[in-house]
Design a protein around this ligand. Sequence first.
Ligand code: F6P
Length: 323
Amino acid sequence: MRCIGVLCSGGDGPGFNPCVRAVVRTGLGLGMRIYGIQRGYAGLIACEMQEMTARSVGGIIGRGGTILGTARSPEFATPLGRREALRNLNKQSIEGLVVIGGDGSMRGAIELHKLGFPVVGLPGSIDNDIVGTDMAIGVDTALNTVIEAVDKIKDTASSHQRAFLIEVMGRASGYLALMSGIAGGAELVLIPEVETPLEKVAAELQDAYMRGKAHCIIIVAEGAKPGTQAVTEYLQAHQEELGFSVRVTVLGHVQRGGSPTAFDRLLATRLGVDAVQALHAGKSGVMIGLMGNKLTETPLEEVVAKPKGIDLEFYRIAGVLAK
Ligand code: F6P
């Protein structure tokens, strides 16, 4: 293989840049030409790509976001969009592609693989909801961002004897909420995987007050049911009986930015190196992941076949430790 492309797709995460860097420099080391494709599959369809050199990825190992840009591309879901993308890859003599992104991006990669185009996927999403890897690129940094916020909110919550709802990202996955709940010492975690009645949330809050806690931190995944708004309204309506007054902080996209942690830089680098080596060895239709600290290959079809889910043992532990 003499020429490959690399693109980032879907929601970005800290660590995408070190991954691009690793892909580019590993490819160059193997004597390949490398094209950086802008704005994911959308850029592929629009033929927005440029040849990368070792210098074009200089100084990005510690930068959040992605220098290539990223996008969600509904156009690529159509046969016409995919045909245009393939035409552009052929036009530039690109013979293989590394796709960095979440499960939607892996679905796009499958389509290219089915058309006979060599493609290797790499898991990147702060949600950590991708089958075939213990950790996706960006998760560790996002977790650390959440923890920093939780620690700070706790300071003021304790001073005022308040309860705080802290909403974290995760449309369909409670991973960030659960892990930050444990690492941040939260009193309660609300996740999409476990429905918690409003009365139970209120009872936990009241119980924490009666046990003499100075604060009550509730981490809410954005996809939890009931969600932030319903819980806030309910708790505020019952504030008098519950003891704590209630405040809300929605962390939002701050979780997607920032300089990647050492863990994310190393993970992204290992995955990037391995993806290029896999393409070079003639592999396609797989995602490289990290399982038990070993790099593994999972067929893309398996990656998107079912939701990853979370280990509910952690949910139980979070409850025990909250006392
Ligand atoms: O999938 C990653 C993620 O950050 C989710 O946690 C969140 O729901 C979504 O992306 C937000 O997407 P956007 O940046 O398009 O608003």
